[in-house]
Design a protein around this ligand. Structure first.
Ligand SMILES: [Zn+2]
Length: 306
């Protein structure tokens, strides 16, 4: 069934790019509402749909905007938390142009959402079943969606820096796998990139506390890595958040090598451009009893697919 959060939950922190304080509250919403963001610091048309067609090209994060130009950036980690917890309906209110970065992972969002608990709504989840492979490329990077019974994410990264190197991980997202295995993996960057971004007025809120910063073969952030392959796990977290902008949980397999936010959005645009590539299906029963099912719904949980 569709779900929402039982009661509102607030997060305060700084924006990664502005370095300025920001307050974000996730509110419950009714069935069929979907996920929307609201810029509470702006008057007028301040609602922004968390949808693939509201994404504005941005190098460093996922940024969405409405027709009036109201925008919010760095939405991917809270989107991953909502999707990974199975929240299908919520209003995310932010009092500034970006979501708080917190520790650079989705774990604080997941903890806050689960502390409030989920409420089932008496309406079936509408899922997006992938009917045929769709693939996009950008140089050496590529991303693909193909038919599968539940959401699986398979990601490969390949960095020359020995601190990261080549990492591959594949994970079935059903049954709370996101919460168990991915949500605590933090964003990462090279020390050189941090210096270059900050010289250009970007990532002003970036610290060793909210990103894994590495330099050649060294991890500079105190405490080191949370997982040996934290980098690829974070890329999978980002992918889940960006795929959630499809507006419905995906029943299909996502594979990417060297992909990122822009490529995942390009993939969703390619998917929705081909009416034979997908079908919306009502999932009669799937999210069970307040557990953490994640995005994917197992076919064995769901005997009837429309
Ligand atoms: Zn990220």
């Amino acid at each position: 069934m569709q779900t929402t959060i039982k009661s509102q939950v607030t997060f305060t922190g700084v924006g990664l790019h502005s370095g300025r304080p920001v307050r974000m509250t996730i509110h419950p919403a009714s069935a069929e509402y979907g996920i929307w963001f609201r810029r509470s610091d702006l008057d007028g048309d301040n609602l922004i749909p968390a949808r693939w067609d509201a994404v504005v090209p941005s190098k460093l994060c996922t940024l969405i905007a409405n027709r009036s130009g109201a925008s919010v950036s760095t939405i991917e980690h809270v989107m991953a938390a909502l999707a990974g917890c199975g929240v299908t309906n919520a209003l995310v209110e932010v009092d500034g142009p970006e979501v708080p970065i917190l520790d650079g992972s989705a774990q604080p969002f997941v903890k806050g959402i689960l502390a409030r608990g989920l409420r089932e709504l008496a309406v079936p989840v509408r899922a997006l079943r992938i009917l045929k492979p769709v693939e996009v490329r950008n140089g050496q990077a590529w991303a693909r969606l193909e038919p599968a019974d539940m959401l699986e994410i398979d990601f490969t990264i390949d960095f020359v820096e020995p601190a990261i190197g080549r990492q591959e991980k594949a994970l079935n997202m059903s049954n709370g796998a996101f919460v168990r295995e991915l949500c605590d993996s933090r964003t990462f960057c090279r020390q050189d990139d941090v210096e270059r971004m900050q010289a250009n007025g970007l990532a002003l809120g970036g610290t060793y506390e909210n990103a894994v910063v590495f330099d050649d073969d060294k991890v500079l952030s105190p405490g080191g890595l949370r997982h040996e392959d934290e980098a690829v796990r974070h890329k999978m977290l980002d992918a889940l958040g960006d795929l959630a902008l499809a507006g419905a949980p995906i029943l299909g397999k996502y594979t990417s090598q060297r992909g990122g936010h822009a490529l995942t959005n390009k993939l969703l645009r390619a998917l929705f451009a081909d009416p034979f590539a997908y079908r919306l299906v009502d999932v009669a029963e799937g999210i069970t009893g307040g557990k953490l099912p994640g995005v994917g719904v197992r076919r064995t949980d769901v005997p009837v697919l429309a």
